[in-house]
Design a protein around this ligand. Structure first.
Ligand code: PAF
Length: 282
């Protein structure tokens, strides 16, 4: 495995890796890698001729009161995990490589980014869309892999790639969960043991919603209320939003139909967690 720190080197290395029509998988991350990332890297290295993992804590996707400074930075352990999972290259640039002096462009995906995380975290998706566009231009992968845990982000990146014809395939892989259902996230390591136990309530609420929908409930109001009630049973958990939305447009649904995404965002102590489940409603 090769560690690359500069934009010019990653572009040169990736053009070699792609030579002769070879496939190149890219797994964009902010590091603090966990089993969710591991599943993406393993999938990429088993399917594609080469795999690049990027590790960059992107400052432009954090709000002024968010956790940019304390976001875990664990490069040594990340390099070990990436190597074990079959990555060929890890690209871990400094901020000046991704945002050189004078950088002034930003990419905005309009409707999909408006609600939910976009509303709660103004500018967040602009930062994500801008950094992944730069990354895709440097790496020019044939495939990029993302986790379903950040469902809205995955839809936005798929839309961006379609709209500006990036010429690659975006794949979204299932969320990897702890045994009690908590979605793997780099931010889980902020949780105290007590908060960690309460955090599994997000998945329980999602499962409760899914069970009601598959059991025939169609009005989403009562389903959401019951999910909220379940979360209220955990004093450490403060709900940000619970929603039942169209899985393609992310618009809220009063009546469940087609493919529904159940979304939850909640604070557990000072840590904000998100999760989702997709449910097919006939
Ligand atoms: O999901 C993440 O880790 C980040 O949002 C991403 C896609 C690497 C962009 O910084």
């Amino acid at each position: 495995m090769r560690l690359i720190r500069t934009a010019s080197q990653i572009t040169a290395a990736c053009s070699n890796l792609r030579a002769g029509d070879r496939t190149l998988g890219c797994v964009p991350t902010m590091g603090a890698l966990h089993d969710g990332h591991a599943s993406l890297i393993r999938e990429s290295s088993s399917r594609y001729d080469a795999t690049v993992v990027s590790i960059f804590v992107n400052p432009t996707q954090f709000g002024p009161r968010e956790d940019f400074r304390r976001y875990p930075r664990t490069l040594r352990a990340d390099l070990r995990l990436a190597t074990r999972c079959g990555a060929d290259v890890v690209f871990a640039p400094a901020a000046a490589e991704m945002y050189p002096a004078g950088f002034q462009t930003s990419i905005e995906v309009a409707d999909l980014a408006r609600r939910w995380e976009g509303e709660r975290r103004p500018g967040h998706f602009r930062g994500v869309a801008t950094v992944v566009t730069t990354l895709f231009n440097l790496v020019r992968p044939t495939h990029a892999l993302f986790g379903q845990k950040d469902y809205q982000q995955a839809l936005i990146i798929q839309q961006l790639v379609r709209d500006v014809r990036v010429g690659m395939t975006v794949r979204v892989l299932p969320t990897v969960r702890e045994p009690d259902g908590l979605a793997m996230s780099s931010r889980n390591r902020y949780l105290t043991p007590e908060q960690r136990r309460s955090a599994a309530s997000l998945y329980r609420a999602l499962c409760d919603g899914r069970q009601r929908l598959t059991g025939g409930a169609r009005l989403t109001g009562p389903v959401i209320r019951q999910m909220r009630r379940l979360l209220h049973g955990y004093p450490q958990v403060r709900i940000d939003y619970v929603a039942a939305v169209d899985a393609k447009t992310l618009r809220p649904l009063a009546r469940a139909r087609g493919r529904v995404a159940l979304l939850v965002a909640a604070w557990v102590g000072r840590t904000r967690l998100i999760d989702n489940l997709l449910v097919d409603v006939s």
